[in-house]
Design a protein around this ligand. Structure first.
Ligand SMILES: Cc1cc2nc3c(=O)[nH]c(=O)nc-3n(C[C@H](O)[C@H](O)[C@H](O)COP(=O)(O)OP(=O)(O)OC[C@H]3O[C@@H](n4cnc5c(N)ncnc54)[C@H](O)[C@@H]3O)c2cc1C
Length: 374
């Protein structure tokens, strides 16, 4: 069977691809998922925000949350509750936000591989036809996409969903423009603190050349993320010894944790904001990071992936009856991008201590001309 015909071909099997596949299959459409075999997940220490937990519950997927919470007692998989933030941003005084006062409640610090696996299991996408291969090319002929796969098969589909994350493979193949924000690189590594610290909050601390993120990921282990300009990131990635300088020049981390015993591996991610100027077109639609990839300071990437995937599926399902849904998706995604970008800009503007640092200068640049128009 080298040629398959389906209603929708979904590229990408992250949270956005899984949710889109589930919602489309529930509506009775035939779906196929293609995921690249080259993509490895090195995501750990991410926070599943309360807003995403509420959305999963609304979708009938609350068992995932229950499973994540119970299995830390039975199997030692650790997904601790995140009870808010302790941020040191703009001054050395902490600003504490408590999940108790958050309408969405607590979040969970998750292991992404485990979370994605549970999501696929409870969304029942295992029964969906899936290929672990690369998409080589796609062409449209009389309203049908012809999608060529590296494994030699080809797929005929009415719709193609780009859920390939930041790589936005389909968008790339279609030659569609994306807006790229200020360069930002995140370096993540794990450490054991010298001081035992019982804190369920995420720690965020600005630094003269970037900002730090720390969160507990197991009984004795924490993750530390440093977000900075590419030049500094390259130095830190190649010689982890320079991390000591970052820690020493930060007033928060050494006070809270004492000496940090770092593990060897340093994982590097491009985390600049990127968004599509147009979120859908004739027979294609983008969701999740392929549509809008947030700066991690937003802390809402997973919510955005689940929400936009749900909306993308609704758009496809309703399209034949009501073509206005096309415009609704465009308008809503445009609105999300606008709110996100205004919020990101005002957050970075709040730090006034290092106005001459290349990092803060770049992030405080007035990006009005780049922002989505009204
Ligand atoms: C350092 C860092 C920290 C973050 N912290 C948080 C956090 O604390 N909270 C939060 O909510 N979000 C956080 N995020 C954001 C979050 O990881 C993303 O928003 C989320 O993973 C987006 O889901 P997605 O399904 O759109 O994309 P992804 O999860 O990236 O999934 C994309 C899928 O597409 C597949 N793929 C890629 N290329 C191809 C191709 N060519 N063909 C076929 N398949 C392909 C991949 O294999 C993958 O399975 C963080 C991100 C980073 C990088």
């Amino acid at each position: 069977m080298d040629n398959l015909t389906v209603d929708v071909c979904i590229a990408g099997r992250g949270p956005a691809g899984i949710i889109a596949a589930r919602q489309l299959a529930l509506a009775g459409l035939s779906v196929i998922i293609i995921d690249s075999p080259n993509h490895k997940i090195h995501k750990f220490g991410e926070t599943l925000p309360g807003s995403a937990i509420r959305l999963l519950t609304k979708l009938g997927l609350q068992l995932i949350i229950e499973r994540l919470q119970t299995e830390q007692h039975t199997h030692g998989n650790y997904s601790p509750r995140v009870g808010g933030n302790m941020s040191f941003w703009g001054s050395e005084s902490p600003i504490i936000s408590d999940a108790l006062h958050d309408p969405y409640g607590f979040g969970l610090r998750i292991d992404r591989q485990r979370f994605d696996m549970l999501l696929a299991q409870y969304a029942h996408v295992e029964g969906t036809v899936q290929f672990s291969t690369n998409i080589l090319d796609l062409k449209k002929d009389r309203n049908i996409w012809n999608i060529q796969l590296e494994c030699g098969k080809s797929i005929a589909a009415k719709w193609i969903v780009d859920a390939t994350g930041r790589s936005a493979k389909i968008i790339h193949l279609l030659g569609i423009q994306r807006h790229r924000g200020v360069p930002l690189v995140a370096l993540y590594r794990t450490f054991k603190p010298a001081k035992s610290i019982s804190l369920s909050k995420t720690i965020i601390s600005s630094h003269k050349n970037g900002w730090l993120y720390a969160g507990k990921i197991s009984e004795h282990k924490w993750v530390l993320g440093y977000h900075t300009i590419p030049k500094t990131a390259a130095v830190l990635h190649n010689s982890p010894i320079h991390w000591d300088e970052i820690i020493k020049t930060n007033t928060v981390i050494p006070t809270l944790f004492g000496e940090l015993e770092f593990e060897k591996n340093v994982f590097c991610h491009d985390v600049r904001s990127i968004w599509l100027k147009q979120s859908l077109g004739d027979g294609w639609i983008a969701c999740g990071d392929a549509l809008l990839a947030f700066d991690p300071i937003a802390g809402q990437g997973l919510f955005n992936a689940i929400y936009t995937a749900m909306k993308a599926a609704e758009t496809i399902v309703q399209y034949d009856q009501n073509q206005d849904v096309h415009q609704h998706y465009l308008t809503e995604t445009h609105q999300i991008i606008k709110i996100y970008e205004n919020r990101r800009y005002s957050l970075y503007k709040q730090e006034q201590r290092w106005l001459n640092s290349p990092f803060w200068k770049a992030h405080q640049m007035n990006t009005d001309s780049n922002r989505p128009n009204n």
